[in-house]
Write a protein that binds this ligand. Structure first.
Ligand code: MN
Length: 723
C-alpha cells in the first residue's frame, strides 16, 4: 500500500522545491472527508486517492495535479463542495477537481461502436486543462487495477469503456505505459479465456525465452561495445493485448507469433541511434519495409525512435527499437514530459490536424532552459471550433461552435428542422438561438404549424441547416408563384374566353410550355408568377393572330381611363418580399409607395403582388389572407414615379419656376398637367421620379418655397378600382 510519504518522496525527487505543506494539507483534507468510506475491496477509501496521486507522480506532474489526485473524488463522493476546495486549495486546484467531477458525470456508454471516437473528442472538448485528462487516466488506471471487486457485468462495462476511450486517449497523449496497462487490464476482463491462454503459453516457454533473450542481448551488446557505444539493452515481453491483436489480424496461432519479445536499445545521442541501426543490420538481416524512422518523422504524440525488424539467429523475427534517453523519457511520460503553459496563447489548429498543438507544445518546450525546472499547467482548448452534444438516446454528435437547436434539428431530418419550434437542453426549454455547449443533451420540440423563418439563416451554423432552410424557401416560393401564375392566367384568359382548366386538360398548355422550353405546365405557370413571362405571351401562342387583334380592340374601348395614365413600372428588384422573391410587383396607384414608406403587399388576381403603403385605406380593406410581408431593399437604387399636386396662383412663369425647382432637387419630371380655374388658380399635377421618401420630401419642400404656391401634396387616389 502506498503511503503519503512515498508520494512526497517521489514528488520531491523530480521537483525539489515542491510545496509539500500544500500537498500535506490536501492529504489531511481528503483523509478527513473520506473517513469511514470503504472501497468494494473492503479497504479504506483513502487508498484510492493515494494510489491515484502516486500514479500522477509517476507522470511527474506538478503539485496541483498531485493534490488533485488526492482530492479528485471529494466533490463527487463526499459532502465537500467545490467552494470548500477553492477556499482551502485555491482556484487552480478547484478547477482541476471540477474538471474531473464533470467528466465523471457524463455517461460514456453507448452501444454504437463508432461513438467511441466522438466520446474521446467530447472529453477533450470539455476540458480546458490537459492535466484533467492525465489525472483522469491515473484514476482510471487504479480503478482498472482494482476492477476484480466489481460484479461481472460492471467489469465488462468499465473494461469496454476503458478500451474504447481511455486507452486511446493515453495513446494520443503519448503515455504508452498507461495505454498498454489499460489495454491488458481491459482485455483480461473482456476475453478472460483468451487472456489466460496467452498468459499460460508465455509462461510455458518462460525458460526458453529467458535463454533466448540473453543470447540476443549479449550478441548485440558485444558488438556495440566493440564500436564504443555506451548503451542499455532491454528486452520486454510484448503486451498480451497486442499479441492477441496480432493473432487476430493475421489469423494465426500463438505459436506462430514469433516476436513476442521486443528489444530496446537506449543510447546517448541521435547519431548513435543510427550507428546502432547499422550495427544491428550488419548482425542480422533486416526485413524490408519494416524499418520506421520516427526520429526523422516523429509521431503526432511526439514519440521518437527507430524501429526495425530483423531475422534473428534462429530465423525468427526480432523487433528492435532504438532511441536516446530523452526520447525514452518522452515515450514514457508522453505529453507530461513536454509542457509549459503560456498565458493567453491560443493554439491554432487545422481542421484535420487536431493534434498539431502537440507540436506547438514541443516548440514551447524548446524555449525553456530546463523543462524539469517546474511543470506548469497546460491550458489548451483542444477542439476550439467544435462542440459535442448528446442526442436523447445518448449518441454523441459533433457540431461547429455556435451551433443552435435548429442545426441539431436539421441534422436529424429536414422535416424536424422545418417544424422546429424550440428545444429542451438538459431538460430545460431554450430559445432557438441557444448556443449548444459540449455535454448538452438536447431534445427538439416540433409543431406541425411551424415553418422556417429567413431569420434562421442568420444564426444557424451548419451548412446542412442553411441548405435545407433555403430549399424550403425555394419550394415555398415556387408554390406561391404557381398560385399567383394561375390567378394571372385565369384573369387574362377570361378576357379571351379561354378556360385554363380545359387548356390544361387538352394538353394545349403543355404544348405552349414546350414551345417556351419549360419542363411542364407547372413550370410555365410558375414563370408567370415569377414575372418571367406574361399572360399575353401565352395567349399569343394559343389564339390565331386575327382573333387576338379583334379582341384587343374590344378591350381597349371598354378600358377604364384614368385622369393620369396609369403608372406602369416594375422595379421589382428594389423590393424584398418575404417568402416570395422574383414575382411581378406593382405599386398601388392609390398610395404610390416609395422607399422609406412602410409598405405591405397583396397578392392580387392577375397582377402579381401589389404594394400599398401600410396606412393606405385600400390596403386595410383588402383581404388579409392575401397579405404578404414586404420590405424595401435599401441596397438598390431606383427611381420611383410619384404624383404631386400643386395648388398655386395662375401666373406667368410659375410653371417654369416649378419645373426648375423640381429639376434642382435632381428629380425627373415624367409627366405634367396643368388645369386652371376661372378664379385665376392653377392645379398642376406632376409625375416625378424620385429615389425615396426623403428625396420626395425635399422636392415638396423646394416647391413650397416658390412664391405663389399655396399647397403641395403627394397625391393619393381616394378610391382605387382593384379587381
Ligand atoms: Mn477516483
Amino acid at each position: 500500500m502506498l503511503r503519503f510519504n512515498d508520494i512526497l518522496e517521489r514528488l520531491t525527487s523530480y521537483n525539489p522545491h515542491a510545496d509539500t505543506d500544500f500537498l500535506r494539507k490536501a492529504y489531511v483534507f481528503s483523509a478527513k472527508v473520506h473517513l469511514g468510506q470503504v472501497r468494494l475491496s473492503g479497504e479504506p477509501y483513502l487508498n484510492h486517492p493515494l494510489e491515484v496521486a502516486g500514479i500522477i507522480t509517476q507522470l511527474k506532474l506538478d503539485v496541483a495535479s498531485v493534490a488533485t489526485g488526492l482530492l479528485h473524488d471529494t466533490v463527487e463522493d463526499t459532502l465537500t463542495t467545490l467552494k470548500e476546495i477553492q477556499g482551502n486549495f485555491g482556484e487552480e486546484t478547484a478547477q482541476l477537481v471540477d474538471g474531473l467531477t464533470k467528466i465523471s458525470l457524463i455517461s460514456l456508454r453507448s452501444s454504437e461502436e463508432h461513438q467511441a471516437e466522438n466520446f474521446r473528442k467530447m472529453i477533450l472538448a470539455m476540458v480546458k486543462d490537459i492535466r484533467v485528462i492525465l489525472i483522469k487516466l491515473a484514476d482510471r488506471l487504479h480503478n482498472m487495477r482494482t476492477l476484480k471487486y466489481h460484479t461481472p457485468e460492471k467489469q465488462v462495462e468499465i473494461a469496454q469503456e476503458t478500451l474504447d476511450i481511455y486507452a486511446p486517449l493515453a495513446h494520443r497523449l503519448g503515455i504508452d505505459w498507461i495505454k498498454s496497462e489499460l489495454e491488458d487490464l481491459a482485455f483480461q476482463y473482456l476475453h478472460p479465456e483468451i487472456y489466460e491462454e496467452i498468459k499460460r503459453k508465455i509462461a510455458k516457454k518462460e525458460k526458453e525465452r529467458a535463454r533466448y533473450i540473453d543470447e540476443v542481448k549479449r550478441t548485440l551488446m558485444k558488438k556495440l561495445y566493440e564500436n564504443h557505444i555506451e548503451s542499455e539493452v532491454a528486452a520486454r515481453l510484448k503486451q498480451i493485448y497486442s499479441i492477441y491483436l496480432k493473432m487476430k489480424e493475421q489469423n494465426i496461432d500463438f505459436d506462430q507469433v514469433y516476436d513476442i519479445t521486443a528489444f530496446r536499445v537506449i543510447v546517448n545521442s541521435i547519431k548513435e541511434c543510427y550507428d546502432v541501426l547499422g550495427i544491428t543490420h550488419s548482425l542480422w538481416k533486416p526485413i524490408p519495409g519494416k524499418f520506421k524512422d520516427y526520429i526523422g518523422l516523429p509521431k503526432e504524440n511526439m514519440y521518437q525512435s527507430l524501429h526495425t525488424t530483423v531475422i534473428g539467429p534462429y530465423g525468427e523475427r526480432i523487433e528492435i527499437q532504438i532511441r536516446t534517453n530523452e526520447m525514452h523519457r518522452i515515450a514514457e511520460e508522453g505529453i507530461a514530459a513536454h509542457w509549459k503553459y503560456k498565458e493567453g496563447k491560443v493554439v491554432e489548429e487545422a481542421e484535420d490536424k487536431r493534434f498539431t498543438w502537440l507540436r506547438q507544445l514541443l516548440e514551447w518546450q524548446r524555449d525553456l532552459k530546463d523543462d524539469r525546472e517546474f511543470i506548469e499547467s497546460v491550458k489548451v482548448d483542444l477542439f476550439p471550433n467544435e462542440v459535442y452534444i448528446f442526442t436523447p438516446k445518448g449518441a454523441v454528435k459533433q457540431f461547429p461552435i455556435g451551433s443552435t437547436p435548429i442545426d441539431f434539428a436539421y441534422s436529424i431530418h429536414s422535416d424536424i428542422g422545418n417544424h422546429c419550434v424550440g428545444a429542451k437542453v438538459n431538460g430545460k426549454i431554450v430559445p432557438l438561438r441557444y448556443e449548444l455547449r459540449s455535454g448538452d443533451t438536447i431534445e427538439i420540440l416540433t409543431s406541425p404549424n411551424q415553418k422556417p423563418s429567413k431569420d434562421w439563416l442568420k444564426f444557424v451554423k451548419t451548412s446542412r441547416a442553411k441548405t435545407k432552410i433555403r430549399q424550403w424557401f425555394t419550394a415555398e416560393e415556387r408554390e406561391k408563384s404557381i398560385a399567383l401564375g394561375k390567378e394571372i392566367l385565369e384573369k387574362e384568359f377570361r378576357k379571351y374566353d379561354l378556360q385554363q382548366a380545359k387548356l390544361i386538360k387538352s394538353g394545349e398548355l403543355s404544348k405552349v410550355a414546350n414551345e417556351f422550353s419549360f419542363q411542364g405546365v407547372e413550370d410555365l405557370i410558375a414563370a408567370i408568377g415569377y414575372g418571367k413571362l406574361t399572360a399575353n405571351q401565352i395567349i399569343g401562342k394559343l389564339l390565331p393572330q386575327e382573333k387576338l387583334e379583334q379582341q384587343k380592340e374590344e378591350l381597349k374601348e371598354g378600358r377604364f381611363q384614368h385622369l393620369i395614365q396609369k403608372i406602369t413600372r416594375t422595379p421589382k428588384d428594389a423590393l424584398l418580399i418575404k417568402g416570395i422573391d422574383n414575382v411581378m410587383v406593382r405599386y398601388a396607384g392609390c398610395c404610390n409607395p416609395v422607399p422609406g414608406d412602410k409598405v405591405v403587399g397583396f397578392i392580387t388576381r392577375g397582377r402579381g403582388v401589389t404594394i400599398h403603403t401600410a396606412d393606405c385605406q385600400n390596403a386595410m380593406d383588402d383581404d388579409p389572407h392575401r397579405k404578404v410581408e414586404v420590405e424595401w431593399d435599401s441596397t438598390k437604387e431606383y427611381n420611383y414615379p410619384v404624383r404631386i399636386r400643386i395648388h398655386s396662383e395662375d401666373k406667368k412663369g410659375l410653371l417654369a419656376e416649378i419645373s426648375n425647382s423640381i429639376s434642382s432637387t435632381k428629380a425627373n419630371i415624367k409627366n405634367a398637367r396643368v388645369d386652371t380655374t376661372e378664379d385665376k388658380k392653377a392645379v398642376s399635377t406632376f409625375e416625378v421620379e424620385i429615389r425615396d421618401l426623403s428625396h420626395l420630401n425635399k422636392v415638396i419642400k423646394a416647391l413650397e418655397k416658390i412664391k405663389g404656391v399655396r399647397l403641395v401634396e403627394r397625391m393619393r387616389v381616394e378610391a382605387q378600382v382593384e379587381s
